[in-house]
Write a protein that binds this ligand. Structure first.
Ligand code: GDD
Length: 409
């Protein structure tokens, strides 16, 4: 049997995702019309002999309850949300729930960060992992040398694929091969974490001998139940024939900012063409709007037949789109109203916002730049004919004049 664990983190982690994480936990933010965490969950479903999927985080239970029960029923796989009482780190959270994870005595455990976007080649990873016969296999990919320092940089043996060296977000360049945040382990991973824990407790006890030294070290060391997978667990195990790498040549992104989430929404829409074409709007019906490229429209949304939408557009529940509206590369969240002849391009429009007639909410679409896309927070009103360009607007604002390259607080 195989268990999949998805680390969803908690409220303090989503700060770069503001203003979109004020009311919705980042893992539930919709990409291609489905919560972020839905994409790895669907991928887990393709793992042979999967017995359960566990989401581990420190968000309130009630925030995940509805989604988890509905997706569990839909996919017919037991899916549970497990809440930590406080953050234990990416390996600490796993260790904290080790008894529940090992409940069905799985032979393998997948561990996935929830904030990555890729095509999750999990069955292929498992096959490679079995061949390598180590304790763990990491999904890795090549990125540009300039961006590598945002990730765990690593060196692998070109023939055996063994992980030889690992440094988390190094200041000086090590390698353009990086950790994708997707792993498969044997249950030995728990012994590895236990060993680090025992070692740390030992040191903590020693330290009590000298109070001056204790004070000095306490500021430098972590609590005895907090473990980061990358730095505390994986790094010391490199070059010991226990960790291996599996490289993906397909797309991979880390979703830390709203700009990248817009890019990932587009990537997942393209994926849907292969995996779930029934989710994409076709625009074939004579009464429906003109659809260009890959577009998701929630069944409850009302789109006027003269509207033109796409490519890369995702429209959530209860959205109303009036005549002559043009939408390109955008995410329109629940309960938004877009009035006649408005244009939205390279933007995310927050829940319950309202765009007036002939208004424009737009950006140039540089996903990596801070103001490269326009973001409207929840319940923002854009009056008729107002143009909002390359800006971020915080919730509940009303714009009656045009703005450009501004953050409206
Ligand atoms: N449950 C729980 N509890 N989850 C946590 C905790 C915790 O205390 N801390 C972090 N996480 C989750 C985050 O939500 C995320 O999904 C994952 O664990 C990793 O988060 P971080 O430890 O903050 O690392 P990162 O995202 O900056 O970088 C990691 O992922 C990159 C790939 O996206 C590292 O592993 C990098 O090496 C890697 O390149």
């Amino acid at each position: 049997k195989v268990v999949a664990v998805i680390m969803v983190g908690g409220p303090t982690k989503g700060t770069r995702f503001r203003p979109l994480s004020f009311n919705t936990p980042k893992p539930l933010f919709p990409l291609a019309g489905q919560p972020m965490v839905h994409h790895p969950i669907l991928a887990c479903k393709r793992i042979p002999n999967l017995s359960q999927i566990l989401l581990i985080g420190f968000y309130e239970e009630r925030e995940f309850a509805l989604y988890v029960s509905s997706i569990s029923n839909e996919l017919k796989v037991p899916i549970r949300y497990l809440r930590e009482d406080k953050p234990h780190g990416s390996a600490g959270g796993l260790y904290y729930f080790r008894d529940l994870i090992m409940e069905d005595a799985p032979s393998h455990i997948f561990l996935l960060n929830c904030d990555v976007c890729c095509n999750f080649p999990l069955p292929d990873m498992l096959e490679a992992h079995r061949r390598y016969d180590g304790m763990g296999t990491l999904l890795v990919t090549k990125v540009s040398a300039e961006s590598a320092n945002q990730f765990g940089e690593l060196v692998a043996d070109p023939i055996t694929n063994e992980l030889l060296h690992y440094t988390e977000k190094p200041e000086t360049f090590v390698s353009d091969l990086i950790n994708c945040g997707i792993y498969v382990f044997t249950p030995e991973i728990f012994t590895a974490i236990q060993d680090v824990s025992t070692h740390r407790e030992g040191r903590a006890n020693l330290r009590r001998v000298s109070s001056f030294e204790a004070l000095q070290l306490a500021t430098r060391t972590l609590p005895t139940d907090f473990f980061r997978l990358d730095q505390d667990i994986l790094s010391p195990l490199t070059g010991k024939k226990r960790l291996y790498t599996y490289e993906t040549m397909d797309f991979w992104e880390q979703i830390k900012t709203p700009g990248i989430s817009l890019k990932c929404s587009a990537l997942y829409l393209v994926q849907f063409r292969l995996t779930s074409p029934h989710l994409l709007a076709s625009g074939d019906g004579t009464k429906s709007a003109t659809v260009i490229g890959d577009v998701y429209v929630h069944p409850s949304a009302k789109v006027h037949p003269t509207a033109k939408i796409g490519p890369s557009v995702s429209i959530s529940a209860n959205v109303r789109i009036a005549a002559g509206v043009r939408l390109i590369s955008c995410i329109i969240l629940d309960d938004v109203e877009i009035k006649e002849n408005a244009v939205v391009m390279h933007a995310i429009v927050g829940w319950k916002s309202s765009l007036g007639k002939w208004s424009r909410v737009q950006a140039e679409g540089d996903y990596n730049a801070k103001l490269g896309i326009t973001i409207l927070g929840e319940a923002v009103t854009v009056e008729d004919e107002v143009v909002v360009t390359n800006s971020i607007v915080l919730p509940n604002k009303s714009l009656n004049g045009s703005v450009q390259e501004e953050i409206i607080l």
